[in-house]
Design a binder for this molecule. Structure first.
Ligand SMILES: Cc1ncc(COP(=O)(O)O)c(C=O)c1O
Length: 551
């Protein structure tokens, strides 16, 4: 990004460790007892801290730091005589001028990137309450697992006999994800949630086609994430939108009115993007199945129900899982991520392949010892959706996360995620509007509509002011169905002290907005971060993906 400005700031994540019980120190009792003011959450120690981002001056590019001849490496002298390049490479294959690369020492290189990292917010730095995106702390133990030589140093084309451990890992992850979702089989190939959506819709299409049905429409609720209608269009279907009712859930009557034999299926996330559980899910499933449609589960919000209820038991046929959300693998700025897709038994023959499978003893190869796993192409496969086997080291991290938590630990993740969101919802009620004032799941949607009416200060201004306070901003203006929306998802990884500090910061910001000249101060935010207020839309509308030092 060449422009100055982004919404990043410091925050205060508090000593999360991977084991679920370890959250106990900040657990239900402590949450319930806290009255709602700073002193109360500090009483038991564990003060919240936030880290301001550093660097107001522009950071020079590597090209600006470059000095001819400087190198980030050195080779020891060996006594082997040097041969001139001209003797080794024919003239027609030699460059006439050196490549335009930055020439810097290792020391300057490391300092450059370290300085840059201090200007950027990350899950390792502090609370990242970005609703719907589930930005939770990634335990370092999972990185250690993914770095093991037996996993990291393997070529994806290695023959099955040489990679039995990897194959077992993939099979065990598939089994775990199927047990968690209540599905029969899964593909690990898709690279993110959105890639999983497209894969799932292609599976829906293949299944209908195989049954001789060419259907044209997929239903999505008006609160859906933007990737849902985008994936519907990419997969060749037409989107039909159903409205939410006054409780923020799918309007069942409106849904029934659009159901016919042209409907291939419905895409839902449950809890939905308002953080509310779709209580009519069984009736929705029955109505869609009755017209021969399928139910697609957008797993972005699985964090809320992990180990408590399964999409398969709610009637879903296809589920994508954003491993970088629920299973705490790196999101990685667009990748490499993983969005496995799990399906019910009737859709399994259509899954992308080849798939890792347990081999029946007879297939294990006569005389071959220890070969228990291999690759198999599902009989009616839609084909590959990723090169090789997907982003395999992300998959290894997810299995480590699942195994270290165990079934009870995963359930505790969901319980704490829901508890944290409800604590914030109650604490912020009265400071901001609460459009749907009933218990939420893992995230809560608040609104700055009244504040805007009274002061002109908008949700975006609050987000920018939070950056000055040392917190990453929540998601704003989503879902589209709520005016001046602020969507807060604390996740289970944040302590009571951090939740309290975040709520206190919002409280201060709103009080300041109502004070004299508050609107002007809010409009100028963020003033203390390395990057100030930016044109929010320009980077998306005028994409400049290359940097040329010579220009
Ligand atoms: C509800 C919902 N669906 C789908 C997605 C897309 O997931 P991904 O970012 O993994 O492509 C997101 C992303 O935040 C989401 O919140």
């Amino acid at each position: 990004m060449v422009e100055r400005g982004d919404r990043h700031s410091g925050g205060g994540e508090q000593g999360h460790r991977p084991g679920a019980e370890e959250h106990g120190a900040n657990g239900p009792t402590a949450h319930g007892a806290a009255g709602g003011r700073a002193a109360a959450y500090g009483a038991a120690g564990g003060r919240a801290a936030s880290a301001p981002l550093l660097g107001r001056e522009p950071e020079p590019t590597l090209f600006e730091l470059s000095v001819p001849g400087r190198r980030a490496w050195q080779l020891r002298s060996t006594g082997v005589p040097e041969t001139p390049l001209e003797e080794l490479v024919p003239a027609e294959h030699r460059r006439h001028a050196p490549p335009p690369l930055a020439e810097v020492s290792e020391r300057d290189l490391v300092a450059h990137f370290t300085r840059l990292s201090h200007r950027q917010f990350s899950v390792d730095l502090g609370a990242y309450p970005l609703g719907s995106c589930t930005m939770k702390y990634n335990p370092k133990m999972c990185d250690t697992v993914a770095g093991l030589a037996g996993l990291a140093d393997v070529h994806p084309a290695a023959p099955p006999v040489a990679v039995q451990g990897w194959l077992r890992l993939l099979v065990e992850l598939e089994e775990a994800l199927c047990a968690i979702t209540g599905m029969a089989a899964a593909t690990m190939q898709p690279a993110a949630g959105a890639a999983g959506e497209l894969t799932g819709l292609l599976l829906m299409r293949a299944w209908h086609r195989a049954a001789g049905n060419v259907r044209s429409k997929v239903i999505i609720p008006d609160s859906a994430h933007g990737t849902n209608p985008a994936s519907v269009t990419l997969s060749g279907y037409e989107t039909v939108t159903v409205p939410s009712d006054a409780r923020g859930c799918v309007d069942l009557r409106a849904l029934r009115a659009v159901l016919d034999d042209e409907v291939a299926g419905i895409m839902l996330t449950n809890p939905n993007t308002l953080g509310l559980f779709e209580e009519d899910i069984a009736a929705i499933a029955a109505a869609v199945h009755e017209v021969g449609g399928l139910l697609y589960y957008d797993g972005a919000n699985l964090n809320a129900i992990l180990g408590v209820v399964r999409p398969g038991d709610m009637g879903f046929d296809i589920v994508h899982l954003n491993l970088h959300k629920t299973f705490a693998t790196p999101h990685g700025g667009g990748g490499p991520g993983a969005g496995p897709v799990a399906v019910s038994a009737r859709l399994a023959p259509f899954l992308p392949g080849p798939r890792p499978v347990r081999l029946a003893p007879a297939d294990a190869g006569a005389g071959t010892t220890g070969v228990r796993y291999g690759w198999e192409m599902p009989e009616r496969s839609i084909g590959r959706v990723h090169s090789w086997h997907g982003n395999a080291l992300v998959l290894a991290r997810a299995l480590a996360y699942i195994q270290v938590h165990g079934a009870d630990g995963l359930r505790r993740v969901a319980e704490l995620a829901v508890l944290n969101a409800n604590w914030l919802r109650r604490r912020l009620a009265g400071i901001l509007d609460v459009p749907f004032d009933r218990p939420c799941m893992h995230e809560c949607v608040l609104s700055a509509a009244s504040l805007e009416k009274a002061t002109g200060v908008r949700a975006l201004d609050i987000a920018k002011r939070l950056l000055e306070e040392g917190f990453h901003a929540p998601t704003v203006y989503f879902p589209l169905t709520v005016r001046e929306a602020l969507m807060i998802e604390p996740t289970e990884t944040e302590s009571l002290q951090t939740l309290g500090a975040l709520a206190d910061a919002v409280d201060r910001i709103v009080a300041d907005a109502r004070a004299a000249d508050g609107a002007a101060r809010a409009a100028a935010a963020p003033r203390t971060t390395p990057v100030g207020r930016v044109d929010e839309a320009r980077a998306a509308r005028r994409l400049v993906p290359t940097f040329d030092a010579r220009r």
